[in-house]
Ligand binder design. Structure first.
Ligand code: GRF
Length: 202
């Protein structure tokens, strides 16, 4: 059975690209991205989708009276494209109940820090400024909190003496592009089981 994936984005879309590439090169099998939805009109991620023949949709959140109404519209689009799961690939909004309840344990996010440290925005800068010696990234299921859902995969990278926030971000991003597809592969092969906060790799 083919898993239909919807990807929500807000920006440059390098993580979207890593999923597209890993579907195209056969690492992730029996899966396709059926739609990419952005809340930002000129997100480069939309162009990446178009370049690969994937439907791209921009929805302006300010057209809606409430977050609920905006998310109902997003859900409608996902339904139209038969989405079985959602990936958040640099989507800069906190998901609300409406989408989370519709896709419980079927939404996966990539975060550029070793959770539960450095949640929220500019996680790499937060880590750099805190002076950690080890940084990294996390792929996790999404719940209603900010970067709080059950952890699927984490990867560490060292913080070097001559690092800047930018060089550290680049080192983390390289690992994001590995563990995000890895998690999607495990999910689409039915190999992830969520037991409370714990994700078991079957
Ligand atoms: C990545 O660092 C991701 O971890 C975070 O937002 C950034 C998105 O980058 N959630 P991109 O749009 O995938 O290039």
């Amino acid at each position: 059975m083919t898993t239909n994936i919807a990807v929500l984005v807000s920006g440059r879309g390098s993580n979207l690209q890593s999923i597209i590439d890993n579907i195209e090169n056969g690492y992730i099998q029996n899966a396709q991205i059926t739609v990419v939805v952005s809340d930002v009109s000129d997100a480069y991620a939309l162009e990446r989708a178009r370049e690969h023949g994937i439907t791209d949709v921009y929805i302006d959140p300010s057209d809606f009276e409430s977050k609920k109404e905006y998310e109902l519209e997003v859900l409608e689009i996902l339904k139209d494209h038969g989405a079985d799961m959602i990936l958040l690939a640099g989507y800069m909004r906190l998901l609300g109940k409406t989408i989370i309840e519709a896709y419980s344990n079927r939404i996966i996010n990539i975060h550029p820090a070793l959770l539960p440290a450095f949640k929220g925005l500019h996680a790499q800068e937060q880590a750099f400024e805190y002076g950690v010696k080890v940084a990294g990234c996390t792929v996790h299921f999404v719940d209603e909190g900010m970067d709080t859902g059950p952890i699927i995969i984490q990867k560490c990278v060292p913080v070097l003496d001559d690092d800047t926030a930018d060089s550290l971000s680049a080192r983390i991003l390289e690992q994001e592009h590995k563990i995000f597809p890895e998690a999607v592969k495990l999910f689409t092969e039915g190999k992830l089981k969520v037991e409370g906060r714990i994700v078991v790799h079957a």
